[in-house]
Design a protein. Structure first.
Length: 405
């Protein structure tokens, strides 16, 4: 399969109805909202939905990554469990971050030596790093003994009042820096999809192939209150009342969700493996449709599916349809926002097709619970499975030849 040039994007659009739910809360512990088109809308942040999708993909692939600042502490724990003395385990774990780069990763000593930046790495790296420490245990023991001797010497000099103030240089790394850096640079499928920001380690940064927008309700939808009580089952005789009283808040609405996958970037992240890129694209499509954030699920059970999913495969750049709902959708005469929202999406897609042309639109399609066909969204598919198969096949098509100048 030829390389995609100059860029190949797969856009995902969904209209997703939600009952009373609290999928995403802000620092005030209230459901998130945003102002759009002069109206308050319910909102679910892209980070919330992206994390849920990432966790599903890791389960599907049985390949897990971790975002963490706790790597030194976890290495020390693993070494102690393997029978290492506590002081040697702590010293070795400190050497992991000291040896990651020429200057070492910055740490927060007042928080037990956790890293200052969040690392995003395969979980298997923990075993590899503890194995590396075991391989270099003699050098670590020697370095620790030397450090202890120097500290004892400094303490003795301080007690005698003969200690001189000297600029203390950072001790050399004990573990091989190229090996530690290579382990931290390792990737999983989700790292190749969602990217990684890690400027401290050379060549560890990965440009994400997935872009995801905040989801928002296509109509006005603010916070609604829910006063509730928890009954005291073991109350005292002649005593009535509740063990707990509180007011919580929730939102409802029909959300517009949008994400795009840069298939060119994903293929580049996978060292040109087109088949693997298409496999990950298919898994992402399934997760985008199927997965929901799990916040407050035991109290609200908002386990709905999108009523419409539309995909478009484009060259050059992605296209969001968020502007279709800049003007809040009004409910239908008999109630409900689904039919008016689908109409607004269809009209906006038609207007963009007219405005932009279809020269860079490789293909598109949709699947919906709507009873009648929807214009301007491409091929109608009977099911989400059919849609996923079709979008993967469409994404694999070569780019049309560019017209001669």
């Amino acid at each position: 399969m030829a390389a995609y040039a100059p860029a190949r994007y797969v856009d995902f659009h969904a209209l997703h109805p939600l009952p009373a739910s609290v999928l995403n809360r802000g620092e005030d512990d209230l459901p998130k909202t945003l102002q759009l088109g002069g109206a308050v809308r319910a909102m679910v942040s892209s980070q919330s939905w992206k994390r849920a999708i990432r966790m599903r993909l890791e389960d599907d692939l049985d390949e897990y990554a971790a975002r963490t600042r706790m790597l030194p502490l976890r290495v020390a724990d693993a070494l102690r469990e393997a029978g290492w003395p506590a002081d040697l385990a702590a010293f070795a774990s400190a050497q992991v971050v000291r040896s990651a780069t020429r200057e070492g990763l910055k740490t927060e000593e007042n928080q037990g030596g956790i890293t200052s930046v969040t690392l995003y790495l395969p979980r298997t790296v923990l075993d590899d790093l503890t194995g590396l420490c075991a391989e270099h245990r003699p050098e670590l023991e020697e370095a620790l003994a030397k450090e202890k001797a120097e500290k004892a010497k400094e303490a003795e000099a301080a007690a005698k009042g003969t200690r001189k103030k000297e600029k203390k240089e950072k001790p050399p790394a004990v573990l091989p820096t190229p090996t530690v850096a290579a382990l931290i640079r390792r990737r999983t499928a989700t790292i190749n999809l969602f990217g990684r920001m890690l400027a401290e380690v050379p060549d560890a940064q990965v440009d994400g192939a997935v872009q995801m927008a905040h989801s928002f309700s296509v109509h006005q939808s603010g916070q609604q209150s829910d006063y509730f009580t928890a009954v005291e089952d073991w109350s005292l005789p002649h005593e009535t009342g509740s063990a707990h009283l509180q007011t919580s808040f929730f939102t409802t609405g029909l959300l517009y969700r949008y994400a795009t996958v840069n298939l060119t970037e994903l293929t580049r992240n996978l060292d040109g493996d087109h088949d693997r890129a298409l496999q990950l694209l298919e898994l992402f499509a399934e997760a985008f449709i199927d997965v929901m954030p799990g916040a407050k699920k035991t109290a609200t059970a908002p386990h709905t599916y999108p009523c419409l999913v539309h995909y478009a495969v484009r060259d050059r750049r992605p296209v969001s349809f968020a502007a279709a709902f800049e003007q809040p959708v009004k409910s239908a005469s008999g109630g409900g926002y689904t039919a008016p929202a689908i109409q607004a999406l269809s009209q906006h897609a038609g207007a963009l097709n007219r405005l932009l042309g279809t020269r860079r639109l490789i293909g598109s399609g949709y699947a919906t619970t709507h009873e009648t066909p929807v214009d301007h969204l491409g091929t109608a598919h009977a099911s989400f499975d059919d849609l996923t198969d079709a979008l993967t096949q469409t994404a694999a098509q070569p780019s049309p030849p560019r017209a001669a100048a």
